[in-house]
Design a protein around this ligand. Sequence first.
Ligand code: CA2
Length: 144
Amino acid sequence: MKFLVINGPNLNMLGVREPAIYGSATLAELEEMLKEHCKKIGAEVEFFQSNHEGDIVDRIQAAFGNTDAIVINPAAYTHTSVAIPDALKAVGIPAVEVHLSDVDKREDFRKISYVSPVCVATVKGKHFAGYIEACDILVAHLNK
Ligand code: CA2
């Protein structure tokens, strides 16, 4: 089983700024934790972070035919992008959307997600644990 974990714009700043919202751990620490979890569940995992919408679309397309499941935090593109959900739909790879914060309890514009309709599930407000839950949801989905 091969997973791809995609993190969108500004998530490379994790642990550097806004610890009250996004926590004080870094993206490298998140990736390390997910590597450990995937090892435990016998899955391979690759990581991708980009601040550019088209690069995220390119990476989703590159996963076609070689990746079983995608965990994606599209960050701000959640609320603006049509290209990212279109790419997820185009490749047909099951995906779970993750948000570190509880977007429903923040500004109104964060309540809108163009990505959730094409995802198996959305996990929000659970910080790093949300990514682990997303992997587990995808394992259950693939074994169904
Ligand atoms: O809660 C989430 O995971 C978000 O996807 C994070 C996005 C935000 O635009 C979404 O509404 C919710 C923002 C990511 C910014 O990440 C930072 C991390 C550390 C410091 C500054 C920004």
